[in-house]
Design a binder for this molecule. Structure first.
Ligand code: RIB
Ligand code: CA
Length: 309
């Protein structure tokens, strides 16, 4: 069975780390490279975190530095959610892997060329790296099979009432990605706010005495409490959704739609505008907007992958 070549782009915070661990234990996927972008944490911190989590996961793929900030806006981080270190205070040893000097967008393009059109990109942070890559390499859009991203929302937002964090941080980059012509699977808040693990489910994973399960327990502890204290049912593992969708779309429900990003609104900047429920339709259905998940089945998949992977 030929494996899916996958590129992972991340602002690696807590749910990103969970997503990378699940991806690393997905037998159908081969991680060709990891790129880091400023978002939850500054890019240098994301680069260091990605190298450490990749080493924990047993991944030998290269990790690259990407954009230290959005294309045009000031960077807004989410340290208050993910902790100053971005990993909830969980401690990992330094990575033994050599550092890479090549820029993320150049490495991504090389990987796309090498994959012969089969490369799938999982993007779980602001989309700055992808936008730069599409701008520098006009033929990249023809070399990426699909982008599965965590970002946006057909309804609502978690930074403003209109915008989700990844899109809000860099709406201009997001608009470039949604207009690129590459088929998109958009795992927005519509589905990711239903993709949670309960305290009991997290504790059960953490009860297994393996380095990955122990790290998952330690890394998620504060964020789990953050959600529980807000009266929510558990920890939202937003970024795990596009990873799970990559090989198990049957866990989800989505609809094809036209989706574009507001970049100039005073109230609505960063909103992913979809035509899902409007009479007026966009001319192109450029995305599958994922709207729901079979949470128990998804939770079992995440648990089994982390525990048995
Ligand atoms: O809005 C949730 C998204 O913002 C997730 O990707 C999380 O890691 C943060 O980057
Ligand atoms: Ca993220």
């Amino acid at each position: 069975m030929s494996r899916i070549p996958v590129w992972f782009d991340t602002d690696i915070g807590v749910d990103d780390a969970a997503a990378l661990l699940v991806l690393s234990r997905t037998p159908e996927a081969e991680v060709m490279g990891i790129s880091t972008v400023a978002g939850n944490v500054p890019m240098e911190r994301a680069y260091d975190n990605a190298r450490k989590v990749a080493a924990l996961a047993g991944l030998t793929c290269p990790v690259y530095r990407g954009a230290a900030g959005p294309l045009y806006q000031e960077l807004k981080t989410a340290l208050h959610v993910h902790g100053e270190d971005g990993l909830g205070g969980a401690v990992l040893p330094p990575s033994p892997a050599p550092e890479r000097s090549e820029a993320a967008w150049d490495a991504l393009y090389r990987a796309a060329v090498a994959a012969g059109g089969a490369l799938e990109v999982v993007a779980v942070g602001p989309l700055t790296n992808l936008a730069i890559a599409f701008g520098k390499y006009p033929d990249l859009k023809d070399r990426v099979r699909r982008i599965l991203l965590m970002g946006g929302a057909a309804r609502g937002g978690n930074v403003t009432p209109a915008a989700e964090f990844n899109i809000h941080v860099d709406p201009h980059a997001a608009q470039m990605v949604f207009k690129s012509g590459v088929p998109i699977v958009m795992c927005g808040l519509d589905v990711t706010e239903r993709a949670y693990l309960t305290a009991e489910e997290v504790a059960e994973i953490g009860s297994h005495d393996t380095p990955v399960c122990r790290f998952f327990r330690d890394c998620t502890a504060d964020l789990l409490n953050y959600h529980l204290q807000r009266g929510e049912a558990g920890i939202l593992l937003h970024d795990v959704c596009p990873v799970a969708y990559l090989t198990h779309p049957e866990l989800f429900r989505g609809e094809e739609a036209g989706v574009y990003v507001e970049t100039r609104g005073t109230i609505t900047t960063g909103k992913t505008v979809t035509d899902l429920w409007s009479d007026k339709q966009f001319p192109v259905k450029n995305a599958v907007v994922v709207l729901d998940v079979d949470r128990p089945a998804w939770a079992s998949y995440v648990r089994d992958t982390l525990v048995n992977g």
